[in-house]
Design a protein around this ligand. Structure first.
Ligand code: HEC
Length: 295
């Protein structure tokens, strides 16, 4: 970790405060917020949830038009609502598995479960609910599971992310594992998440503007043009499913790992669960805006 701080200083960038292996989650949170505030003094904290569109006015204008007038994710959310309310064979529904019947709760995921010692992601809880009710689990990265998660996220819009790292060494170990993942160099290109989404945030990589690590988790499952085009190319009839462009955060993690020519981990692997825990914690205070449109 020390090395990265030195690298940032050498680049003449703003140094990311005391993000050392020893820093507590609270200290990390403060350091991340201070870093981006100093780096982007004109971008309000609340706006970071909009990713690259918080950083670039032209891209934002085009994006807002889509989001406001013809959001491509609308049918996916509708489908998610139907699936969410459709009873299992035993007559129960998803609502029976979640606090507040599953409505408006995304801001509390992922969380550390003291009983099992595990990290519970929203997608993990959806499939656990299915299995507890005698149904087969759904595929993790897209399709029906993504639609249900997108609907649950949609009902949580405006709620502020509120992830806790309780005073339990096992919770802290998950957090630190995620943090190490985030700062570790990987792939043939030898890039860490932090290189692109902290130190080079706001810069271009090829034609892509790089978003800030704070705010990246607020809008998943998201609708990506890239994923919709991929689904379109595969479709034999030319017809697109309502979930064509939809994907989960772990699907996105896989993409960012591949980008640096590293082998992606499996969706819902311990690696990505730990990463999601750390990554979401540092976005505490950001509003949920699931789903959102992205490139
Ligand atoms: C080589 C640079 C690079 C690295 C390394 C990288 N990413 Fe990305 N990432 C991108 C680009 C480019 C995009 C698309 C533009 C954007 O939103 O930043 C992106 C987008 C994302 C998004 C979607 C942002 C949004 O608003 O929808 C997430 C989440 C993300 N990256 C997480 C990660 C994580 C976690 C890691 C480490 C495993 C990582 N990235 C590593 C380049 C990178």
């Amino acid at each position: 970790m020390k090395k990265l701080v030195i690298l940032a200083a050498a680049l003449g960038a703003v140094a990311l405060g005391p993000i050392t292996a020893q820093a507590t989650p609270e200290e990390d949170l403060k350091a991340f917020r201070a870093y981006f505030k100093q780096k982007f003094p004109d971008v309000p904290f609340e706006d970071l949830k909009n990713g690259i569109y918080a950083l670039d006015a032209d891209r934002r204008a085009a994006w807002e038009e889509f989001e406001d007038f013809s959001p491509p994710w609308e049918d996916a959310v509708k489908l998610g609502e139907e699936l969410f309310n459709k009873p299992f064979k035993n007559g129960k529904t998803y609502a029976s598995c979640f606090p507040n019947g599953g409505i408006g709760i995304k801001q509390n995921y992922p969380y550390f479960d003291a009983e099992t010692g595990d990290i519970v992601t929203l997608e993990g809880a959806i499939n656990a609910c299915r299995e507890a009710n005698g149904e087969k689990p759904l595929k993790w990265k897209k399709g029906k599971l993504a639609a249900i998660s997108a609907y649950m996220g949609y009902t949580s819009r405006g709620n502020k992310i509120d992830i806790k790292v309780p005073d339990d060494p096992r919770a802290l170990a998950w957090y630190e594992r995620g943090k190490r993942f985030f700062f570790a160099k990987r792939g043939q290109l030898n890039f860490a998440c932090a290189d692109c989404h902290v130190y080079y945030a706001g810069h271009l990589i090829r034609a892509n503007l790089l978003s800030t690590a704070i705010g990246q988790v607020t809008h998943w499952p998201a609708w990506r043009k890239k994923w919709a085009s991929k689904a379109a190319a595969k479709s034999k009839t030319g017809e697109l499913s309502p979930t064509a462009g939809l994907g989960t955060l772990h699907r996105r993690y896989g993409g960012c790992n591949k980008q640096v020519r590293a082998k992606p981990f499996k969706a819902q692997s311990d690696e990505y669960k730990a990463l999601e825990y750390f990554h979401t914690y540092i976005s505490n205070g950001q509003e949920i805006n699931t789903p959102s449109l992205r490139q």
